[in-house]
Design a protein around this ligand. Structure first.
Ligand code: ADP
Ligand code: MG
Length: 344
């Protein structure tokens, strides 16, 4: 932690923008013109352009009492890149807009941008613009990500087909359990500030919450295997809610097998400490940034080459509804909250 404190007002708005963006070296040929003019210029020469944006408000989307600014910067970018990958596209540029109160020093803003630039470097995207304004209260972040995709290779939520396999990448539910730990320690701290946080052994789930990754590798795997999913969505609100989006928008039902839902051992152990069901965390927890997608059964042989992808169910007629088959063999309708244990 840097103990110096430079007031942002000492630089002025243009000085601040210059300070935050002076080391940018554009990496993509599609980035024709970056920061410094009225607008950036991007040339995806023949490819289609994919755009997504997110607005993040302090106290609503993040809590600075336990979120290091470096991680926040990283995660703000990751969340947007994940949306581009969910279209089966490749992110190439981002813009980052911030609203900052005078509570922020230049040093803390630098930490935030360290995270932003680390994500840019790792995922090969250029920061090409943004906006900087003052905020009365709270930190405001808006990230826009821009990507490219070969014409007709983009993948929507609405085009899953009956009998397709329903698949997910990675492990689910970990970030949610990480959040439970941090919220618990925050509460203890608020009640008795002398107590040091006890997060011993929970690095895995807390890491998943604070430093998520976007599944660039999965989209690259599709490309090398010649797989184009029939539908895809990223898992930001929990598996069940995303499954319902695909079902509704594709006008289909599905069967999901509880025993196939991928959960990490570390997450299971952590969930048991809170006496909560790991499956419920995977279904209703958020911020996993994994990909949920459907493929034709004929692509199964290619898919099994990737050990980080799980087949969790299949698509059915819409009349069947969206159902989960539990480990005990029970059938339940999937709800946005997971599933309703009380339903017949
Ligand atoms: P305008 O008055 O036209 O909005 P600005 O002075 O806000 O222009 O921005 C000047 C340049 O700096 C533009 O290229 C803009 O995209 C870029 N910029 C402003 N704020 C940021 C930021 N926080 N991060 C990256 N680029 C920024
Ligand atoms: Mg501006």
């Amino acid at each position: 932690m840097n103990n110096e404190r430079t007031e942002i007002s000492s630089l002025g708005e243009f000085g601040l923008i210059e300070h935050l963006t002076k080391n940018i070296e554009l990496q993509n040929i599609s980035s024709v013109l970056g920061v410094g003019d009225d607008a950036a210029i991007i040339d995806h020469s023949g490819k289609q352009t994919v755009v997504t944006t997110d607005l993040l408000l302090e106290g609503v989307h993040f809590d600075l009492s336990y979120t290091p600014l470096r991680h926040l910067g990283y995660k703000s970018v990751i969340a947007n890149l994940s949306d581009i990958y969910a279209m089966n596209a490749v992110p190439t540029q981002i813009t980052v807009s911030i609203g900052i109160s005078n509570r922020f020093s230049l040093e803390s803003l630098d930490e935030f941008y360290e995270g932003v630039y680390t994500a840019c470097e790792k995922y090969g995207v250029d920061l090409v613009g943004g906006d900087t304004t003052s905020s009365q209260k709270g930190f405001i972040i808006s990230v826009t990500a821009i990507g490219e995709v070969a014409p007709d290779k983009f993948v929507k939520r609405s085009t899953a087909q009956k009998d397709d396999l329903l698949c997910v990448s990675g492990f689910l539910g970990s970030a949610y359990v990480g959040l439970l730990f941090l919220e618990r320690e925050k509460k203890i701290f608020m009640e008795s500030p002398g107590v040091q946080p006890d997060l011993e052994g929970e690095a895995f789930v807390i890491g998943k919450l604070l430093k998520p990754e976007a599944r660039k590798d999965i989209v690259e795997f599709f490309e090398t295997q010649g797989i184009v999913p029939t539908s895809m969505i990223d898992i930001s609100d929990g598996l069940s809610s995303e499954i319902l989006h695909i079902c509704r928008q594709s006008n289909l039902g599905c069967v999901l097998y509880e025993e196939k839902i991928p959960v990490a051992e570390e997450m299971k152990k952590a969930a048991f400490k809170f006496e909560i069901d790991p499956t419920a965390c995977a279904l209703s927890g958020g911020e996993d940034y994994e990909l949920l997608f459907t493929i034709p059964q004929s692509d199964y042989d290619k898919l099994v080459l990737h050990e980080g992808i799980s087949v969790v169910g299949y698509m059915t007629d819409p009349e069947q509804g969206a159902r989960i088959i539990t480990k005990g063999g029970g059938k339940h309708p999937i709800t946005a909250q997971g599933w309703n244990h009380l339903s017949p």
